[in-house]
Structure formats: structure tokens, C-alpha cells
Write a protein of this length. Structure first.
Length: 257
């Protein structure tokens, strides 16, 4: 399984910066998990192949690229882009993004081949298949309805937490799923902003360390979704905790699991 966190922030010389303003993971070049930088950072091959987009939640940094991605493809689609989301997230997108005020309601528009967007509603705990992988959404603990995911392709199984504070269902679900080849988990704020992390349902390095006590990884754990303004400080604090097997997921790098 190939996984890439798409870049979202560009240096003045045009190269990708490690800071992550948006969240969009592409797996096997043909399915996206979240769509923050989807329209702006995909390769041509990825743009041609991605027709399944799985959303963890509707916060802007996770969906900003979705309207623009569909817009780019509008005239050429021969089948709708499938947006896999919980019923709550799909309703938020229709009400707050695709509402004609923020962006056109693509669900009411057709190109010459038919509809351009199709919502595929998932339920947490119920596995579904898309673009050659099996996906089990699991409810996590964020300010708004949010899912993490267990993703399997027959030989590899990875898990990603999305945005979250402390979780129980997620750890139980990945414990039941069997061997996990890689775990991706957020750490949005440094320890000194614990109050803000609490109010916005995110983790700090201290709280991440306690969460990983529930999991006790013997495979790599990759840290994602660090607020760019605090990235260096968060990394310093994560490293000082010396939690086994923890690494920072590099923006833009293609990982093979
Ligand atoms: Zn969020």
C-alpha cells in the first residue's frame, strides 16, 4: 500500500514545505482520505485516477480542496466522484459548502454524462470497499462528528485517527482488527496549549504519549495534523517523550507499507 500526505504549503522557491495546513492523504494514487489540498497538490496521474474521496469530518482544513477538485473535473467526468462520508458530514457539506453561497451545489448539476458527485454514506463500524481497499470507519473524539479509519488491502493494514482527543473505540477497533502495519495519529498543539487542545478536542505530546500507552506500538506510529505554527515545538516535545516507534510523517514523501 502506497500512502502520501499531499503538500499544502509552498516555499517562495516553489518547493513543498513540511508545515501542514491542509489534510489530504492519497493511497495507491487512486483514493483520497480527506481533501484539504486535493485540488491544488495532486499529480496529474492522481487527478486522473482519484474518484473516491473518504472524509473524516467537515472542518475546512480537511475539505477545502473538494469543491475545487470537482470543479476541475466537471466537464470531463464520465462517472460521478464518490464522496464517502457519514450522514452528518454529508449534510454539513450540503448545508455549509455546496449551498450556492460558498460554492455551487454540484449534487444538483449534471455534465453531459450525468451527475458529477455521489454521496456514499458510511456508518461507523461498518466496513466498506472503495478503490481496491477495505475501509472501516471508527468514531473518534473530536468537536464535530469525526471518523478515523482502518484501511486494508489484503496484505497490509493501516489505521489513521483523523483529528481527535482521547479515544477508546478507536483503540478497541484496531485491537480487534489484528496486526497494524502503521498508525497515523494527530498531535495538533504543544503541551503549553493544553487548554486550547482540550477545548478543540485535539491532542498534545503529553496526551499523545498517554494515548499510545493504550496501544503499545511495535510498528511505526506517524504523527500527522500538527498545527504549522507549533510544529517545531510539538516535535521537540514528542522527541523528549521518547515513545517507542514514533516518527513524524513527512509531507510529500511516498510511503510503502
Ligand atoms: Zn478538525
Amino acid at each position: 500500500m502506497r500512502l502520501q500526505l499531499l503538500p499544502s504549503t509552498i516555499e517562495t522557491n516553489g518547493s513543498a514545505r513540511q508545515g501542514q495546513h491542509f489534510t489530504c492523504f492519497v493511497i495507491n494514487d487512486n483514493i483520497a482520505f480527506d481533501a484539504g489540498s486535493l485540488a491544488t497538490s495532486v499529480t496529474d496521474v492522481q487527478r486522473d485516477n482519484i474518484r473516491d474521496i473518504v472524509l473524516s469530518h467537515a472542518h475546512l482544513d480537511h475539505v477545502a480542496g473538494l469543491p475545487l477538485f470537482i470543479d476541475d473535473l466537471f466537464a470531463t467526468l464520465t462517472a460521478p466522484v464518490r464522496v464517502h462520508a457519514s450522514a452528518e458530514v454529508a449534510a454539513i457539506l450540503e448545508r455549509d459548502i455546496f449551498n450556492w453561497s460558498i460554492y455551487p451545489r454540484f449534487s444538483e448539476l449534471n455534465n453531459e454524462n450525468g451527475p458529477v458527485i455521489e454521496y456514499c454514506i458510511f456508518e461507523d463500524g461498518v466496513r466498506f470497499r472503495a478503490a481496491g481497499v477495505e475501509i472501516t470507519p471508527v468514531r473518534v473524539n473530536h468537536k464535530v462528528p469525526t471518523s478515523g479509519f482502518i484501511i486494508e488491502d489484503g496484505s497490509t493494514r493501516i489505521a489513521m485517527s483523523g483529528d481527535t482527543a482521547e479515544m477508546d473505540d478507536f483503540w478497541r477497533a484496531i485491537g480487534e482488527a489484528g496486526e497494524i502495519d502503521a498508525l497515523l495519529i494527530e498531535c495538533a498543539f504543544p503541551n503549553e496549549l493544553g487548554g486550547l487542545a482540550n477545548a478543540s478536542y485535539h491532542l498534545t505530546p503529553e496526551r499523545l504519549h498517554s494515548e499510545l500507552e493504550k496501544y503499545r506500538p511495535d510498528r511505526p506510529v506517524y504523527i500527522i495534523n500538527m498545527k504549522p505554527a507549533y510544529r517545531d515545538r510539538i516535535i521537540e516535545q514528542i522527541e523528549s517523550n521518547r515513545t517507542a516507534n514514533v516518527e513524524i510523517l513527512e509531507v510529500g514523501r511516498v510511503y510503502e507499507f
